[in-house]
Design a protein around this ligand. Structure first.
Ligand SMILES: Cc1cc2nc3c(=O)[nH]c(=O)nc-3n(C[C@H](O)[C@H](O)[C@H](O)COP(=O)(O)OP(=O)(O)OC[C@H]3O[C@@H](n4cnc5c(N)ncnc54)[C@H](O)[C@@H]3O)c2cc1C
Length: 405
């Protein structure tokens, strides 16, 4: 590690995940900054989003590396303590790294099930490369697998296991798949599409326990059903990693509390990515993290006008052959309107939610080619007044029509 020269400001980033690594790329270009990234994972930074493709066998680990920065990277050494007064971080191997400015980018941890059998071998989470390597090492062609959780991650895990030849059942607590992004009609279309590929579903179903002596052999549901399982993937959500921040006395809610400058309750410490809570919201997607990283990088470089104002969450499902896009509200609130176009038989469903002259939500299934356009309309709050009646038919059609008075 080259020591920072006297005129350089020492920036230490905790977490070499997607937010931490991309912040390092932006900051390490500045000669005035000496940037060190400390990551708990033993690998170089990689694109976590593409773990689904690695699980499905569509990408290799070697293909998902992220752009390398000129920062000093310490990998495989978790930060265990921070002395805010002396401005020094300590790692689990005993390193001490001094900072002038610290950035926490510790991401989040998968929620696990505290039920009987929850710690049996063969029960996995799906968050990092180590998880994917463990799951891939257990896959058996023609063998049964169960995925707990019918959200984005659960469905991508299920499809990945199916592509590797397993017989997969998805257990979901709610009656609708991806209920945070889809309404009931879209959820039903998606379910039909995935059943057509061979996935099976138990909806409105609660997991009671995992059964097995030396490793998992089945999943028992509360209604008494037992689903055989050589392996189980639990994908029921994530929780921001705030342990370190809380232990050092930073203000935390569900995530590390930050203001619009991405600053924590200590002005020498910023936080970005899934570990933060901003204006009451925690995000579980990369686009908001990218916006936070861009604003934080500018703040650290001295641009105090670079503020983060929150993000519109937009989701796509990375299951090849299933076009799905969802942004903003998936259902109308009081005072909103809904515009729906549906061809369930062809697997096409499109719903727009409007509030006055603004688009506030879009759900697209079957054809998501206009997703980015709708997402932009939602994010910018542009007036849709002139094209309201044509909006549902997509950009090309709506923009080709003579403007309404
Ligand atoms: C399989 C999968 C598919 C996904 N698909 C999508 C998608 O399609 N679209 C999308 O927008 N998002 C997707 N996501 C979510 C996306 O990956 C995250 O939003 C993004 O990675 C958040 O970045 P982050 O840096 O905040 O957290 P992370 O990428 O999780 O990085 C946090 C890092 O901090 C490290 N760390 C934690 N504590 C410490 C410590 N004390 N010391 C040192 N290091 C520490 C962790 O080990 C980790 O490497 C997906 C996630 C997964 C798992």
């Amino acid at each position: 590690m080259s020591p920072a020269s006297a005129h350089q400001r020492r920036i230490v980033i905790v977490g070499n995940g997607m937010a931490g690594a991309s912040l390092a790329v932006m900051l390490a270009r500045e000669p005035a900054l000496d940037v060190t990234v400390i990551g708990a994972e033993p690998h170089a930074a990689y694109n976590r989003i593409r773990l689904s493709a690695v699980l499905a066998g569509d990408s290799t680990v070697g293909e998902i590396g992220l752009e390398r920065s000129a920062a000093t990277v310490i990998a495989g050494d978790a930060v265990t303590g921070i002395d805010r007064e002396r401005r020094v971080v300590r790692t689990e191997t005993g390193r001490q790294v001094a900072y002038d400015t610290l950035v926490l980018a510790t991401g989040s941890t998968p929620i696990t099930l505290s039920i009987p059998g929850g710690d049996l071998p063969g029960v996995f989470t799906f968050r990092d490369l180590a998880d994917v390597e463990r799951i891939a090492g257990t896959v058996g062609e023609g063998r049964p697998a169960v995925v707990i959780g019918g959200g984005l991650l659960g469905l991508e895990a299920a499809e990945g296991l199916r592509r590797r030849g397993m017989r997969v059942t998805v257990v979901h607590l709610m009656p609708t798949l991806m209920e945070r992004q889809l309404d009931a009609a879209a959820g039903a279309v998606l379910k039909g599409e995935l059943e057509g590929r061979g996935l099976e579903f138990c909806l409105s179903a609660q997991t009671d326990s995992f059964i097995g002596s030396d490793r998992v052999a089945a999943v028992r549901l509360k209604d008494g059903r037992e689903l055989p399982a050589d392996l189980v993937v639990v994908a029921i959500g994530v929780r921001p990693n705030i342990g370190l921040a809380r232990d050092m006395g930073l203000a935390c809610g569900r995530g590390i509390l930050v203001d619009d400058a991405l600053r924590s309750s200590d002005e020498a410490i910023y936080a970005v990515g899934e570990c933060i809570e901003h204006q009451g919201r925690c995000y579980g997607l990369f686009a908001p993290a990218q916006e936070q990283v861009a604003a934080c990088a500018r703040q650290i470089k001295g641009d105090v006008a670079a503020l983060y104002g929150g993000s519109v969450e937009a989701t796509s499902l990375k299951v090849s052959g299933v076009a799905l896009y969802s942004a903003g509200r998936q259902s109308a609130r009081e005072g909103d309107d809904e515009i729906v176009l549906s061809h369930a038989r062809d697997g096409v469903y499109r719903k727009l939610v409007t509030c006055g002259d603004r688009l506030v939500g879009a759900v697209l299934l079957g054809d998501a080619s206009d997703g980015a356009w709708y997402g932009e309309l939602i994010a910018t709050g542009a007036s849709i007044h002139a094209m309201r009646k044509d909006l549902i038919f997509g950009r090309q059609f709506a923009e080709a029509q003579p403007l309404a008075a």
